[in-house]
Every structure is written in structure tokens, then in C-alpha cells.
Design a protein around this ligand. Structure first.
Ligand code: ADP
Length: 290
């Protein structure tokens, strides 16, 4: 069991499951609707908590009705949110998600009126209690200060950084964390057509992974050795929302316990593939073990 802190956002996800993806300017009735807590960092913590880790979230909570759904879910998942910044005004980030039942694909429209968790907020956290810190790659200026703070004051504390989307100057963070977690979306946005080309383009000594949907994932170690794991398809792909967050949790779970990168990569793909066979994250670790 490790103590793991993640910095990022929690969202309200309103998920409409539809028979097929709608045409523009058409009308369709959803098969079902679900309202859950989402957000990359808190999704990853949900899975890590199920895997037996003590999890804490650092982010922003706004005092509005949707925040209650989010807080209840964090409590149910034993995620501590004492480190959060609390604000009276604004709107929790909300994702309106269309989940296509035929393919499991998810299309997201996002709205927020919520400031980012700042470096100043981060410095209020007692970091000495943690074994791993995970960051969502957003808010580049403040995240850089946090990563530099870790490097200077807690050099032995491992940390991971998720690079999901291109953002101005995000590349300036690449040398700072212990582990970089790239998405296919980021790789394609930079003109790469496969994960290994992105990983091979990084400067040496960077340990990184790049997940690539149903093609599995690739990793590069500090000796610039490349590894690949295939995806592990579930019987039926039901819900790919949060596959990347589950993959990240699987990697952190293994690496915090000093497992080799290649084994950690395979395990992360197995766990993420298993997640794709069910809706959401409930009981993920139990059904996976079974
Ligand atoms: P994201 O959720 O960020 O879009 P990906 O789609 O790249 O992330 O998925 C992350 C990991 O989840 C992949 O590396 C793979 O192991 C697993 N995965 C994703 N889609 C599937 C699928 N259709 N079948 C099996 N595994 C999948």
C-alpha cells in the first residue's frame, strides 16, 4: 500500500448512452443516462484506491449542488480531499458525454467556470506523507512550479505527469517528472502516426509511455529501450471512457512497488482492457482479479 497524491480536476460527467452516434442537427432519445464523478486525476485515484492505496486529491471544489455528487463519490471511494481549495462561486467542471453503445466510443463536450489548483495551494500540502505524486498536464505555468518544488524539496519522491492534450509550452515540463504518460491524442496532434515515434523523439533519460487505444501501449525506459504491450480485449467493448486513466493507475500501482517497466506496461493494458468491458469503475479490481 502506498500513499498517493494526484493533482488535477474532478468533474461531473453526464453520460447519455445512445444506440448510435447522432447526426448533426438530429434528435435521438438516449437509452439511459448516468451522472457520475469524472476527471482524469480523480478517475486514476478511484482505481488506485481499489488497488489498495491510500489516495488524496488536490484540486478545486466549488460550493454548488453538483459538488455534492462529486464529494459523495470521493468519500465512497475513500479518496481524501482535505487538500482541496474550496470556493463559494463558480461551477464545477461538467462533461456532457455521448456514449455510443455500438462501439463504446465517447464524445465529450466540456464546460467549466472553475480556476485551476495553483502552486500556492500545492505548497499548503504536507508532501512528506506521500510515496508518489501524479499530475494532470494542464495549467503548465503552475504545474511547472509544482514539479520544480518537488525536485528541489523532495527529490526522492517519484512523480508522474499525464500529457493528454497539446497545450502551449507543455513540452517545457518533459524533463521534470519521473514518468511521462502520453496519450494517442497528444502524439497525433504533434504529427506522429505511432506511439514509438513519439517516444523515440524524446531526449534520453526520460521514462515515458504512450497508450494507443486497441493497439495497446508503448513505453521507453531510461536506456531508450522500447517496449510494447498489446491491448487485452474484453469479451465485449462496453465503455472506453476512463481507459487511459485506468491505464495510468495500473502503471503507477506497479511502478510505486518497483515493478519493472515492461511488466508494469502489460499489467496496465490488462487492467485498462478489463475496464473497457464494463461501465465505469465500480468493483474493477475485484472483477479483474476474479
Ligand atoms: P484514452 O482513454 O486516454 O483515450 P486509450 O484509448 O489510449 O486512452 O486507452 C488506454 C489503454 O486502454 C490502451 O493502451 C489499451 O490498453 C486499453 N484500451 C483502450 N481501448 C481498448 C479496447 N477497445 N480494447 C482493449 N483495450 C483497450
Amino acid at each position: 500500500m502506498a500513499n498517493i497524491l494526484a493533482i488535477g480536476i474532478a468533474t461531473l460527467d453526464i453520460i447519455n448512452t445512445v444506440e448510435f452516434y447522432p447526426d448533426e442537427d438530429s434528435e435521438q432519445r438516449a437509452i439511459s443516462q448516468q451522472q457520475t464523478r469524472g476527471g482524469n486525476a480523480t478517475n486514476t485515484l478511484t482505481v488506485l484506491s481499489q488497488l489498495g492505496h491510500q489516495c488524496s486529491w488536490g484540486g478545486v471544489l466549488i460550493d454548488e449542488p453538483d459538488s455534492q455528487i462529486i464529494q459523495r463519490d470521493l468519500e465512497n471511494n475513500h479518496i481524501d480531499f482535505a487538500a482541496c481549495k474550496r470556493l463559494a462561486d463558480g461551477k464545477m467542471p461538467t462533461s456532457y458525454i455521448t456514449l455510443n453503445q455500438q462501439t463504446g466510443s465517447r464524445t465529450i463536450v466540456h464546460h467549466r467556470d472553475c480556476p485551476e489548483f495553483s502552486f500556492e495551494d500545492f505548497t499548503q500540502i504536507d508532501l512528506s506523507q506521500f510515496d508518489w505524486v501524479h499530475f494532470e498536464g494542464r495549467n503548465v505555468v503552475e504545474t511547472k512550479l509544482m514539479l520544480l518544488h518537488l525536485k528541489q524539496h523532495h527529490p526522492a519522491l517519484p512523480c508522474s505527469l499525464e500529457i493528454e492534450k497539446p497545450r502551449p509550452d507543455i513540452e517545457s515540463l518533459f524533463d521534470l517528472p519521473t514518468l511521462l504518460l502520453f496519450s494517442q491524442h497528444y502524439a497525433i496532434s504533434q504529427g506522429f502516426t505511432d506511439a514509438s515515434s513519439l517516444l523515440s523523439s524524446l531526449s534520453t533519460n526520460i521514462i515515458a509511455t504512450c497508450a494507443w487505444g486497441n493497439a495497446g501501449a508503448w513505453a521507453i525506459d531510461q536506456h531508450t529501450k522500447l517496449f510494447h504491450s498489446p491491448a487485452f480485449a474484453p469479451k465485449q467493448v462496453i465503455d472506453t471512457l476512463g481507459a487511459g486513466d485506468t491505464f495510468n493507475a495500473g502503471l503507477i500501482d506497479k511502478l510505486v512497488n518497483n515493478t519493472e517497466l515492461e511488466q508494469a506496461l502489460t499489467y496496465a493494458c490488462q487492467l485498462a482492457g478489463h475496464k473497457c468491458g464494463q461501465v465505469g469503475f465500480a468493483n474493477l479490481s475485484h472483477t479483474f482479479e476474479a
